[in-house]
Design a protein around this ligand. Structure first.
Ligand SMILES: Nc1nc2c(ncn2[C@@H]2O[C@H](COP(=O)(O)OP(=O)(O)OP(=O)(O)O)[C@@H](O)[C@H]2O)c(=O)[nH]1
Ligand SMILES: [Mg+2]
Length: 226
């Protein structure tokens, strides 16, 4: 089954191709079920940043989207982080990203997206400049329970002039704010899309990515290889 979003975006994403990837890639499998090599038909590669504050679901999103086993740099959180790493609303979280997440998704036979997840904690932010260099756009995950924690990240994206979309990640006790309220609370320009997802759900993550890539395409940020 191809989602409505996906069908709409079919002019740049090859539905059959991506659906085949979806069917064969198993995010839970320790070993990927499809070849890790980039198809020889790929003519263009684009870097996309997956960013947001601590514990918002960046590593989860890269893992849900990647067709290869994602590269992760998770370290166990220790007592030294108590009082710094706020685990409210994320009781199961035991690790944190200390450098980056990396994944890849081939959107159609000609176009590959490289996904770079940033660390969430400010003490790892010196890595940000290297990670964001050359990124065509960013998906900024937001936890609606802790909106103010996103301000620094959004400020950085604006400073670096990286086009971005908001992805509101759904946690069980998240308030469901109307889009306009979120736009005001996050002080967003009208052209910044507000999307929603559950980062744990591969299909929802994929729909989010397609909406984001459609946005980059419609604003002429992304040109598609013919
Ligand atoms: N309910 C719900 N839980 C989620 C979602 N996305 C992530 N989680 C959970 O939230 C916790 C944090 O997820 P991570 O992916 O590690 O978050 P992160 O942004 O990479 O965290 P840092 O790298 O430490 O900043 C994990 O326990 C995930 O299972 C979501 O969309 N919904
Ligand atoms: Mg992480």
């Amino acid at each position: 089954m191809v989602s409505a979003n996906f069908a709409e975006a079919a002019r740049f994403a090859d539905a059959d191709f991506a659906e085949a990837n979806f069917a064969t890639a198993d995010p839970a499998a320790a070993v990927p079920t499809r070849p890790e090599y980039l198809p020889s038909t790929v003519q263009g590669a684009v870097k996309i940043l997956i960013t947001g504050p601590f514990g918002v679901g960046k590593t989860t999103l890269v893992g849900s989207l990647s067709e290869i086993a994602p590269l992760r740099t998770e370290e166990t959180m220790t007592a030294a982080g108590a009082g710094v790493d706020d685990l409210t609303g994320r009781p199961d979280k035991t690790t944190t990203t200390v450098a980056l997440d990396f994944g890849r998704i081939t959107l159609n036979p000609r176009l590959a997206l490289y996904l770079f997840g940033t660390p969430g904690q400010q003490r790892f932010w010196p890595l940000w400049d290297d990670l964001s260099r050359g990124a065509l756009g960013a998906i900024a995950l937001v936890d609606a329970r802790r909106i103010e924690e996103s301000f620094d990240v959004l400020g950085r994206l604006e400073e670096q002039r990286i086009p971005f979309a908001i992805a509101v990640n759904s946690f069980p006790d998240s308030p469901s704010y109307p889009e306009e309220e979120l736009r005001v609370a996050l002080d967003l320009l009208p052209e910044v899309p507000i999307l929603r997802c559950d980062a744990r759900d591969r299909r929802a993550a994929y729909d989010l990515l397609i909406d984001f890539v459609s946005h980059l395409h419609s604003t002429s940020v992304l040109e598609l290889p013919q």
